[in-house]
Design a protein around this ligand. Structure first.
Ligand code: FES
Ligand SMILES: [Fe+2]
Length: 365
């Protein structure tokens, strides 16, 4: 699975969390790395440990676009090549090297490609609603203490909306989509970019979501307050390691009024991470959480409740798991190609416009 995931661009940090001249440790796909910004503001991602005697690199000193280890001063460029060894008296024929990966900033996130060169074009993560000048994007990062694939499976499970998102506190999202608990008819189809999920409930309440291989879900969901417009949401669970996951969520809203944007930002409560409140959430105490945080908290309880890595041999799947089964078959097909050293599918961004309507308002009353 790691070999498969390393064929794609993944978000690994919020752009706003890293100022020019700063470095941070970063663990992704079980690999320890160093993310830093040069003095110009450009981000770089290199190995987590110095090639000399292996101390961490994020304590290093940024020099223009390079970083110098704090221990004995070895300096590295943004591709991980050692460019200076101050105390060396011999001529070294081969310059030491640590890992170095390409990075690309997009929509408030730092993305990287951790696979073999050359990196694919930065195409699959792009969405029109993340690039429209008429829209504003709020970006959020959470870290959950469970396996990333449980979170991917959850996004392909439209039935949980009628239960998990009414649990504890019934918010706008759960109420309006499920109409108060109605079970949808499910349909799944593979597309050029991933899987399209259509969940149909009565009164024209058809919920479509476009999921992009291997880990991005694009849906619409309620804003923080009852009258706020529904936001486009693009969300990625990215493995830190087998039992921890960074979750990046972008909320794209059609709004430009600074006062309204400030109110929305407060409502989105971007620092809220349900994993920091596990004890109270598992007791069912969900009162007072913002609407977007509530959706996240309900998903967290369901998915982290399966365990750090759920044992799927104990499951008893039913008709409601059609999406989970569909998704697993797609992954198993791709993993089999990897195992046989055969080409995997060439996933490509959808070219037709996405139409993900908000549900009818009637159930909100
Ligand atoms: S450990 Fe980095 S320079 Fe010695
Ligand atoms: Fe959910």
């Amino acid at each position: 699975m790691g070999r498969l995931l390393r064929r794609f661009w993944h978000p690994v940090a919020l752009s706003r969390d890293l100022a020019a001249g700063e470095a941070r440790p970063l663990r992704v796909l079980s690999e320890d790395l160093t993310l830093y910004r040069g003095k110009s503001g450009a981000p770089y991602l290199i190995g987590g440990h110095c090639a000399h005697r292996c101390t961490v690199m994020h304590t290093g000193v940024i020099e223009d676009e390079q970083i110098r280890c704090m221990y004995h001063g070895w300096r590295y460029d943004g591709e991980g090549l050692c460019t200076d060894i101050p105390a060396e008296k011999r001529e070294r024929l081969n310059k030491p090297r640590i890992a170095g990966y390409p990075v690309h900033e997009y929509a408030g996130l730092v993305f990287t490609y951790l696979g073999e060169a050359p990196a694919p074009a930065f195409d699959l993560p792009r969405k029109d609603v993340l690039e429209s000048p008429a829209r504003h994007i709020f970006a959020k990062r959470e870290v959950w203490d469970c396996n990333w694939f449980q979170q991917v499976e959850n996004s392909m499970d439209a039935v949980h909306l009628s239960f998990a998102h009414l649990w504890g506190v019934a918010g706008q999202f759960g109420l309006r989509i499920s109409g108060g608990g109605e079970i949808p008819d499910l349909a799944y189809a593979e597309t050029s970019s991933g899987v399209r999920q259509v969940a149909t409930r009565s009164n024209g309440n058809v919920r479509t979501s476009d999921w992009t291989f291997p880990n991005n879900n694009h849906v619409v969901a309620a804003g923080p307050n009852k009258d706020d417009p529904w936001a486009h949401i693009s969300a990625w669970p990215v493995p830190v390691d087998d039992t921890h996951t960074m979750r990046f969520t972008l909320y794209s809203v059609e709004e430009s009024d600074p006062a309204k944007l400030a109110a929305l930002e407060a409502g989105y409560d971007l620092d809220y991470d349900p994993a920091n409140h596990a004890e109270t959430l598992f007791r069912g105490e969900l009162a007072g959480i913002s609407e977007p945080g509530l959706v996240s908290a309900q998903d967290y309880v369901a998915v982290a409740g399966q365990g750090a890595i759920t044992d799927r041999s104990r499951e008893n799947l039913s008709s409601s798991d059609a999406g989970v089964v569909f998704l697993r078959r797609v992954f198993l097909r791709e993993l089999e190609s990897i195992r046989l050293n055969q080409p995997t599918k060439s996933w490509a961004r959808l070219t037709e416009a996405l139409h993900l309507p908000a549900p009818p308002a009637r159930a909100a009353q």
